[in-house]
Design a protein around this ligand. Structure first.
Ligand SMILES: Cc1ncc(COP(=O)(O)O)c(C=O)c1O
Length: 443
């Protein structure tokens, strides 16, 4: 396998051409990587009209993922999610999507941009913001609606590492003839674990994978996978869907990185990943023997339920930080550590030793408020064009949420745009440290 984008860009950089084209740094080394940062010059192909080196690299990714076709994005799963929803809406027609409640904010922005409504399914287990669902839950929701959605949208894995039962959800979607779309932003590596773990191998028609989250790819590098089960329509229209939402200046640094990842994935990645997942398993077992509790299903994500160990998430986060260990995420309940094959043996050893140096205390019993469904007044699209105001969360009861009020990460909101704050959502927002919110202006 070759990395044709990297080859072209390296050769161009070494050639020392006088660059009378974008970007304005002209390849001069301000930070050291500018010489590889080019634009769509002769020979560099063009992301949304790929015929040459980018097409070849996407074909390599297609072979690696076993998809009908895999497409690159340099703007993350956020970009891919908008494009996938456009494809599903234009394929099927219809005005709403059935989605699990743990959806990322980019899904809500797709609903605003594409003018579709959302019917939520609360994940069966794990909580409101994170959790997992299965075919039975999706079927239950489908039997309650009077017309069918144009897609079912599931987020799996989610930020805390919960994995939904995509196979059983796919069985239901097949029976009802509804495209299944999976936000697999956290799961690009799943393809390379033993067994059929990737959503497109489990029946999803489309999936978005943030290559940059779990593979050695620069920020923004992402894949749109179209499975072999999906109608050709999706592959044939994917580029124009991505172009509709993407910048006309995709990053060649990120394209090189996606291109180079093909070589990395093709060169024994499955073996390295299997060894890593055994090491993470063993680490979790040793820490469990010492009183730690973990949640989630992901093999290379470590989500600690810190309150069971007697600490709030932030407290353990800070101890780790002081010791030179930086987590992906923390809130009151959990810390999330994302491990990849690029973490050293030493990284894992020091994580273990710092966690073991923290004395266990009695568990903290305070639990996040149970969020009760909110009355819905407007669709996300309707709300986007109404006047808003910012108020204290204390005063939000009965007011219509106008904006997602989310921390990033995990970019999942306790209340969706257009819903009315009830007591439970006000309490939940306060629990997660939200002090202000945007609501629809009163007259
Ligand atoms: C579940 C989920 N979906 C989608 C995204 C968006 O991914 P990206 O940052 O690649 O745009 C994120 C980002 O954190 C996420 O956690």
């Amino acid at each position: 396998m070759k990395a044709p984008i990297c080859e072209f860009v390296k050769k161009y950089a070494q050639g020392g051409a006088s660059r009378f084209h974008m970007p304005g740094h002209k390849g001069k080394p301000f930070l050291g990587f500018e010489d590889f940062d080019i634009t769509e010059i002769e020979g560099a192909d063009s992301l949304y009209h790929a015929r040459d080196i980018i097409n070849e690299s996407e074909e390599n990714a297609t072979a690696l993922f076993g998809s009908q076709k895999t497409f690159f994005s340099t703007e993350g799963s956020s970009h891919v999610i908008r494009a996938m929803m456009y494809l599903a809406k234009s394929y099927k027609g219809g005005d709403y999507v059935l989605a699990t409640r743990n959806a990322h904010q980019s899904f809500i922005s797709a609903s605003v941009l594409l003018d579709f409504d959302i019917k939520w399914v609360n994940p069966k287990s794990g909580g409101y913001l994170c959790g997992k669902t299965d075919g039975a839950e999706i079927e239950k929701a489908l039997t309650r609606v009077d017309k069918m959605p144009f897609a079912v949208f599931v987020t799996s894995p989610d930020y805390l590492g919960n994995i939904s039962d995509i196979k059983s959800i796919n069985e239901v979607c097949k029976r009802y003839d509804i495209p299944l779309i999976v936000d697999n932003a956290h799961g690009a590596y799943l393809k390379f674990l033993e067994g059929e773990n990737h959503p497109i191998d489990q029946g999803a028609w489309l999936s978005s994978d943030s290559a940059h989250k779990t593979l050695p790819v620069l920020t923004g590098g992402a894949y749109m996978h179209i499975s072999k089960n999906a109608p050709k329509y999706f592959s044939e229209n994917a580029k124009s869907a991505l172009a509709l939402f993407g910048s006309s200046s995709p990053s060649y640094l990120t394209l090189c990185s996606l291109d180079n990842a093909n070589l990395y994935l093709n060169d024994g990645f499955d073996k390295r990943l299997s060894e890593l997942s055994k090491k993470v398993d063993a680490l979790k077992s040793r820490l469990t023997e010492n009183g730690y509790t973990f949640i989630g299903d992901e093999k290379i994500k470590i989500t600690v339920d810190t309150k069971k160990y007697g600490y709030y998430g932030e407290e353990i986060y800070k101890i780790l930080y002081k010791n030179g260990i930086v987590c992906e995420f923390y809130d009151r309940d959990y810390i999330v550590l994302m491990v990849s094959c690029q973490n050293s043996e030493n990284d894992l050893l020091s994580l273990e030793s710092v966690l073991l140096s923290i004395p266990k205390k009695s568990a903290i019993s305070d639990t996040p408020p149970t969020i009760l469904p909110c009355e819905r007044k407007f669709s996300p699209r309707e709300i986007a064009f109404l006047p808003k105001e910012e108020i204290d969360i204390e005063n939000a009861l009965g007011r219509v949420c106008a904006d997602l009020n989310v921390a990033c990460p995990p970019c999942v909101s306790v209340i969706s745009c257009g819903e009315v704050y009830n007591e439970s959502t006000v309490e939940a927002a306060k629990y997660y440290g939200i002090t202000k919110c945007n609501v629809i202006k009163n007259n």
